[in-house]
Structures are given as structure tokens and as C-alpha cells.
Write a protein that binds this ligand. Structure first.
Ligand code: COD
Length: 162
């Protein structure tokens, strides 16, 4: 069967944690859709187009094996999943602290559409504690974020904060 996975997030900005989950997800499906949320309520540092570009710039190697699309989305996640014809939603789990929120989201999305499965993946331990929010804080305060993001994202963060 043809499997399409959708990995949704804010990606503000994309980190090596996101990238690790992306790589793992790319091995589970024939097509991967990375859905970048407009997420006005989170007041993102990066514009939607920048967040899409940052993801776009790392998915190129996956295209040798599978079909990949990076698309912006607004509105209800489950509607977007249905509109692209995906069978599963991929989410990353970091610590116990992620669990409550992810548990609720997966449960409610399952009620909205029981045919779509949420799949949880864990990143490699070296990436498990990386969070976009803390990466932004470190960059804003002049710290070194090179262990947490790609060189491209590091440059973009420097540009934002100088
Ligand atoms: N290791 C492992 N996983 C990670 C790491 C890491 N270091 N960093 C991030 N992740 C995972 C996150 O746990 C998450 O699963 C994914 O990567 C994306 O993370 P973020 O922070 O970029 O994205 P979120 O969590 O802000 O995305 C939330 C959505 C935009 C998907 C959500 O708010 C949503 O679906 N909004 C649409 C409205 C809707 O449908 N609401 C009802 C939901 S039931």
C-alpha cells in the first residue's frame, strides 16, 4: 500500500531534532509531507516562507528515495491531512513533558478521523533535548547554537538577532 506520512510543526526554526525525526519518518513512508503551520498564535520569529525554506533545504537528499513535499498550512490539522491524502501523522516525543500535549492531540485527532494514525518517533539521544524555543533564546543572548541547528539556520538566527 502507498503510505503518505504528514509531519506537522511550527519549525520556528527547524532544529537538528526536527531533522532527525524527518529522517526517521522518511524511512516509514513512500511520500512525506512536511506541513509548516502558519501558527499566528505562537507569534513565530521566522516568516512562514523562511520556515518552509529551512525545511526545503534539508529534504533534498530524501528525494532520491521518496516523494517529499513541504507545504504551509492553516486551520485544522486533520483537514489538511485529509486534503493531502495522508494516512499518518508523525510527531516527535522528547521528554515526559511532551507527553500530555501529544496525548491529547493524538486522542482528539483520532476522534476527528479514526482512519488516520498518529505515529510517535524519538530522536537520537544527542538531539532529544533540543527545542526551538530554547535555541532562539540562546541565539538571542549571543550563545553558540551550532550543536542544535544546521549551519544555514545558525546564519539565519544571527541575522535575526543582530
Ligand atoms: N526531538 C524529538 N522531537 C522533536 C524535537 C526533538 N528535539 N523537537 C521538536 N520535536 C517534535 C515535536 O515534539 C513535534 O512533534 C514536532 O517535532 C514539531 O515541533 P514544533 O514545535 O515545530 O511544532 P508544534 O508542536 O508547535 O506543532 C503544533 C501543530 C502546529 C502541529 C498544532 O498546533 C496543530 O495541529 N495546529 C493546527 C490546529 C489544530 O488542528 N488544532 C487541533 C489539534 S487536536
Amino acid at each position: 500500500a502507498h503510505r503518505t506520512a504528514l509531519y506537522p510543526g511550527t519549525f520556528d526554526p527547524m532544529t537538528l531534532g526536527h531533522l532527525d525525526i524527518l529522517k526517521r519518518a522518511s524511512r516509514l513512508c513512500d511520500k512525506l509531507v512536511v506541513a509548516v503551520a502558519i501558527n499566528r498564535s505562537k507569534n513565530p520569529l521566522f516568516a512562514l516562507s523562511e520556515r518552509v525554506e529551512m525545511v526545503e533545504n534539508v529534504v533534498a537528499p530524501f528525494r532520491e528515495r521518496i516523494d517529499v513535499e513541504v507545504l504551509p498550512f492553516e486551520g485544522l490539522l486533520i483537514h489538511f491531512v485529509e486534503s493531502v491524502g495522508a494516512n499518518m501523522i508523525v510527531r516527535g516525543l522528547r521528554a515526559v513533558s511532551d507527553f500530555e500535549y501529544e496525548f491529547q492531540m493524538a486522542g482528539m485527532n483520532d476522534r476527528l478521523n479514526p482512519d488516520i494514525e498518529t505515529v510517535f518517533l524519538m530522536a537520537d539521544p544527542q538531539y532529544q533535548t533540543i527545542a526551538s524555543r530554547l535555541v532562539k533564546e540562546i541565539a538571542r543572548l549571543g550563545g553558540d547554537v551550532s550543536q542544535f541547528v544546521t549551519p544555514e539556520v545558525e546564519i539565519r538566527l544571527k541575522d535575526k538577532y543582530t
